[in-house]
Design a protein around this ligand. Structure first.
Ligand SMILES: Cc1cc2nc3c(=O)[nH]c(=O)nc-3n(C[C@H](O)[C@H](O)[C@H](O)COP(=O)(O)O)c2cc1C
Length: 189
């Protein structure tokens, strides 16, 4: 199986990073191919709403999204991992998602769905926020659902954590590491 993972935090070794690496462990242990995009360190311009993708389903902006588009097309499993920033997915994550408007055009205007391989296409959303309020999770979930459906991923699970703020604090959470490991295991089962 091919697994594509998106790391949406700017904080290396932070909470999202730790959660994502743990979620990827079952896939790595099983020898699956993992492609990890560290979005903060990539050159991904925000969508320009230029309409360039509407007739072909292909984005005309030439940047780091090229390898993301290629990976999304052929992967079987997808992990989107982001901190909550201002009650939503991080800007790094959202910029990548917005650029998937090209897939939206392909699917909804040109009526072409990305074909699934023999393992189907499934997703996992991992979000972590420092506050107690759940609005950020709901907002992230709504956007992630639109993202997954746009890239022809018909089902996804969500694992979320609140009140985790300091760098690496997730390691003090009683169940988080086990929760994401198990979620990663279910993703490839
Ligand atoms: C710009 C910014 C905005 C934030 N907004 C929220 C928020 O709206 N809700 C929340 O629960 N946490 C918020 N936080 C806290 C982060 O979600 C929290 O620190 C998280 O653990 C960061 O994960 P990371 O270590 O992977 O970067 C915000 C942090 C930053 C830097």
């Amino acid at each position: 199986m091919k697994i594509v993972a998106f790391f949406g935090s700017p904080r290396v070794h932070g909470n999202t990073d730790l959660l994502l690496e743990e979620a990827l462990k079952p896939a790595r242990e099983a020898g699956h191919e993992v492609v990890l995009f560290k979005l903060n360190f990539m050159n991904i311009r925000p969508c320009q709403n230029c309409g360039g993708c509407e007739k072909t389903g292909a984005c005309i902006v030439n940047d780091g999204m090229k390898e993301v588009y290629d990976a999304i097309r052929i992967a079987d499993r997808f992990i989107l991992a982001s901190p909550i920033f201002f009650f939503a997915l991080s800007a790094q994550t959202k910029a990548m998602i917005d650029r998937c408007q090209a897939f939206w055009s392909e699917k909804y205007l040109l009526k072409k769905t990305i074909p699934a391989g023999p393992h189907g296409r499934k997703g996992l959303l991992i979000v972590v926020g420092g506050m107690k309020k759940e609005d950020g999770i709901h907002c992230a979930e709504t956007t992630a659902k639109a993202f997954f459906r746009t890239i022809s991923v018909p089902e996804h699970a969500t694992v979320s954590f609140l009140s985790v703020d300091a760098k690496g604090e997730i390691l003090n959470h009683p169940t988080a590491m086990k929760d994401v490991y198990e979620a990663g295991k279910r993703l490839i089962s």
